[in-house]
Design a protein around this ligand. Structure first.
Ligand code: AVJ
Length: 334
């Protein structure tokens, strides 16, 4: 196994703008009339660890369901693709544990793969490489620390190659319908005919089950969101007191998403060193922190159609809680 990763820094990618930078996102988000912080900023070292703990919670079924789907259907997934040599590019790889189930199986069936995990968190990438080094498999790993959109730039260089993109864990759910469409359309544009996308969706289901998954009895989900404030304190010199905010996450039947907030429990002012600004919070004022959209089978079909993919097959767990959908890039024009 050959394993390493590189960080795509602003020097590597000229078009990387300041709009995706932590400090400026915080300044913009907290200056808004309706305060909000992009959820990708939850994932620093502490946030990664809190998310890992979420995936082990009894209420948070998503990760386990997808893991089961892969165990159950890995052979069908391989059989659905015309086998070849593949770059397996994973967007938001985390610790790569779920992908490993598939990667191992790809190897067992004689496929030759290079694994290209892409994750915004360097801590997560180090952890991933570490895990694969401890239990090595016969693949080359070329990790990239970057956001999804930058990951796409890597793909656009891979012309003439066969690619399988993994976009797992309902990460697509963080995007609003329009954003998801735009992103997948863009992804479609950098892929080659015959390439595949395996994408995981959390399905619409009993509302109590959904709400429980985001309101666990150990309050880890609350800590996961509050990590945003702690991260601002750590990295930007903020003086947030997390105890002055309450996590609130509920399913909205109108949008079909779990919508999450940190709600201020009193009138107070918070100072942040970078950008040397104070922000006032009214009692009961929310900061929007995450949007987690749930899908139906027909939503998924529509999304594939609208973005220029053809659904090869769908895989779901016994309770129909989660669905992994294998999409293929047609030979037709882009
Ligand atoms: C990793 C974005 C899919 O939306 O369910 C877990 C993150 N948020 N608990 C999700 C999360 C609260 C998760 N995703």
């Amino acid at each position: 196994m050959k394993a390493g990763y590189k960080i795509l820094s602003p020097q590597d990618i000229k078009t990387r703008g300041t709009d995706h930078d932590f400090a400026s996102d915080i300044l913009i988000g907290l200056s808004r009339d309706k305060k909000s912080i992009p959820c990708r900023h939850i994932y620093d070292k502490e946030g990664d660890e809190l998310f890992r703990r979420i995936t082990e919670l009894p209420e948070y079924y998503l990760t386990r369901c997808e893991y089961d789907i892969f165990q159950q259907h890995k052979d069908n997934i391989v059989k659905s693709m015309d086998k070849d040599r593949f770059n397996v590019i994973e967007l938001g790889a985390g610790d790569g544990k779920k992908a490993k189930v598939l990667l191992k199986h790809f190897l067992d069936t004689g496929m030759d793969v290079t694994y290209i995990p892409i994750d915004i968190s360097e801590a997560a990438m180090k952890n991933l490489i570490n895990k694969f080094t401890k239990d090595p498999i016969d693949i080359t790993i070329e990790g990239i620390v970057a956001e999804y959109s930058e990951g796409l730039k890597w793909l656009s260089r891979a012309e003439g190659e066969r690619n399988l993109v993994l976009f797992l864990g309902s990460n697509i759910g963080n995007a609003h319908e329009n954003e998801a469409r735009a992103f997948l359309h863009k992804l479609r544009g950098v892929l080659n005919p015959g390439d595949y996308l395996l994408i995981g969706f959390d399905l619409k289901k009993d509302i109590d089950t959904l709400n429980k998954a985001y309101n666990d009895s150990e309050n880890i989900t609350a800590q996961f969101h509050l990590n945003l404030l702690r991260r601002i304190n750590r990295e930007l010199g903020g003086n947030f007191n997390p105890d002055q905010f309450k996590y609130y996450g509920r399913y909205n039947v109108l949008t079909g998403a779990i919508e999450s907030y940190l709600v201020s429990l009193k009138d107070h002012i918070v100072y942040i060193n970078t950008p040397n600004r104070s922000f006032s919070f009214k009692k009961w004022e929310p900061i929007h922190t995450e949007y987690s959209l749930k899908y139906t089978d027909s939503d998924i079909k529509k999304l594939a159609e609208e973005t220029g993919f053809e659904i090869t097959s769908n895989y779901t767990d016994s309770r129909k809680y989660f669905q992994d959908s294998l999409w293929r890039v047609n030979n037709g024009t882009k």
